[in-house]
Design a protein around this ligand. Structure first.
Ligand code: ADP
Ligand code: MG
Length: 473
């Protein structure tokens, strides 16, 4: 048996108004080639300028991944030719990346694991290419968009761990508000390095790099299929070639792109147009203070302190807006489990039905907690509560308004219930006699009471008072 070793290189486009080194708009989905400047096209004599907002977002991510921030940043040129790279080089970071030696904790297969981050660095995206039968189209809108590349150590040991890391990373982007991180729009993409080693080996095996996988499920499948391929080669006593492969999702197979012998020499050197940038400590502190409590920390609080089950806690922390909503609810009503049940149950069901997010919905934390309070105080029962919730989410009206519109309030006042019971017993003397003669009519009488009030009397109090009155008679 072999141990699987995986290292990931994750590229993610950052939120920003303009591109990383030019003033063209960061608007990839606009009309093709409408957001392009001479800088992005690599015209002679251009002078790139570093986007401060992108540096800020990168520092925020680096801090959230527990990285060290260098005193100075440098930007290097990575030289190679490709049609999606009109300058003939990509501006990236090589010598002094924005973050080094960090870690991200992930939960995979019921265990917590620390994934080590080698570094995270700021670079520019390339143009996008659409390939047709005998020609390709280029859209330079994406050319120069700020891209943060995060490189892990080879410390990931399964496809599940790799996916858990990618999901964590995406959460961090969303919680820090530094990227939309949408894989369906190609904003987060991944290179996967895979090798196998004997359980007792001390050195890593030869790695294969699988380039540019767009979806997390694709990453999982690519790893599983590459592990199977390498296992078979090793079992046949053959050796793994160090190479770059691509993964075909349709065929669920990887194919050779190039071997290490064709490895490109990128001739990195510091971009002479971009002087080193000093990172001010005060600025770093300020950025650090803007980082909210992240999903992992919230997950721990919800499960350990609030006793919410792991599945529900995960559902809540997955989306920062849901998690913020949940925490606002708890500030209004200290019933974390009850709120979690409503939020992950009926509220989510309603939202999913119409593919809405919590932000689109008319429900506010106050509306939800008011409803839960009404149920807790016995004003309405749980079943009525579900009906009220749906109406609240349809209309945006408060719980008490809907309850009175629907005429739902539950009668919980003991004296009021006693009066109703006495009048019913008065009218049904035969049933009282039956009861005294030991006939099983108790449930039937409760039914009569419920019927006479349209089901509004609190069932527990009704039973208690009825028994008292029957005993007295
Ligand atoms: P390169 O610059 O050629 O891509 P790096 O040394 O920077 O090479 O490694 C890139 C990625 O490959 C990192 O994520 C690293 O963790 C991973 N990696 C390195 N060696 C191995 C290995 N033997 N097995 C799996 N992954 C590896
Ligand atoms: Mg690489």
């Amino acid at each position: 048996m072999y141990k699987t070793v995986i290292g990931l290189e994750v590229h993610c486009e950052l939120k920003s108004n303009s591109k990383n080194f030019s003033s063209a708009r960061n608007g990839f989905s606009d009309i093709p080639n409408s957001n392009v400047s001479v800088v992005d096209m690599g015209m002679p004599g251009i002078l790139p300028v570093v986007n401060k907002g992108a540096v800020r977002n990168s520092i925020k991510m680096a801090l959230a991944m527990n990285c060290n921030i260098p005193e100075y940043l440098t930007f290097e040129r990575k030289n190679y030719f490709y049609p999606d790279l009109p300058k003939g080089y990509q501006i990236t970071q090589f010598k002094h990346p924005i973050g080094t030696d960090g870690y991200v904790n992930v939960f995979a297969n019921g265990e917590e694991k620390k994934i080590l981050i080698h570094d995270t660095h700021l670079e520019e995206d390339t143009a996008s290419m659409d390939h047709y039968n005998d020609y390709s189209l280029l859209d330079y809108n994406r050319c120069g968009v700020p891209l943060l590349e995060t490189v892990t150590e080879p410390c990931i040991n399964s496809a599940d761990e790799a996916v858990a890391f990618l999901e964590s990373l995406r959460s961090i982007f969303l919680y820090t508000d530094t990227s939309y991180a949408r894989s369906d729009k190609g904003q987060i993409r991944c290179d996967v390095n895979v090798s196998l080693m004997k359980e007792d080996a001390t050195e890593l095996g030869t790695r294969v790099e699988i380039k540019n996988i767009n979806s997390f499920s694709g990453v999982k499948e690519a790893i599983l299929c590459e592990v199977a391929r390498q296992t078979e080669i090793l079992n046949n006593g053959e050796v793994i070639l160090q190479e770059t492969r691509r993964y075909d999702e349709g065929l669920n197979q990887t194919f050779t792109m190039r071997s290490k012998e064709d490895a490109i020499d990128y001739r990195y050197f510091t971009d002479p147009n971009l002087p080193p940038i000093k990172i001010d400590n005060e600025w770093v502190k300020e950025i650090k203070n803007e980082i909210p409590k992240l999903h992992n920390e919230r997950f721990k609080i919800y499960t350990k302190e609030y006793n919410v089950n792991e599945k529900d806690a995960y559902t809540i922390v997955r989306d920062k807006n849901v998690s913020d909503f949940y925490e606002e609810c708890i500030m209004l009503l200290n019933e974390p489990v009850l709120i979690s049940n409503w939020l992950t149950g009926d509220v989510m069901k309603y939202l999913n039905k119409d593919s809405l997010t919590i932000m689109d919905s008319k429900l506010t934390p106050k509306m939800l907690t008011d409803l839960i309070k009404m149920i807790k105080d016995g004003k309405i029962n749980g079943k009525q509560g579900k009906e009220v919730l749906e109406k609240m989410m349809d209309t945006g009206k408060d719980a008490n308004v809907i309850v009175s519109e629907l005429g739902l309030t539950q009668i919980s006042n003991e004296d009021e219930i006693r009066e109703i019971i006495l009048s019913i017993l008065e009218k049904n003397k035969n049933l009282v006699d039956d009861y005294k003669n030991g006939k099983n009519v108790f449930g039937y009488i409760v039914g009569l009471i419920m019927k006479s009030t349209g089901g509004k009397t609190n069932p527990v109090i009704t039973s208690k008072v009825l028994r008292e009155e029957l005993e007295k008679l």
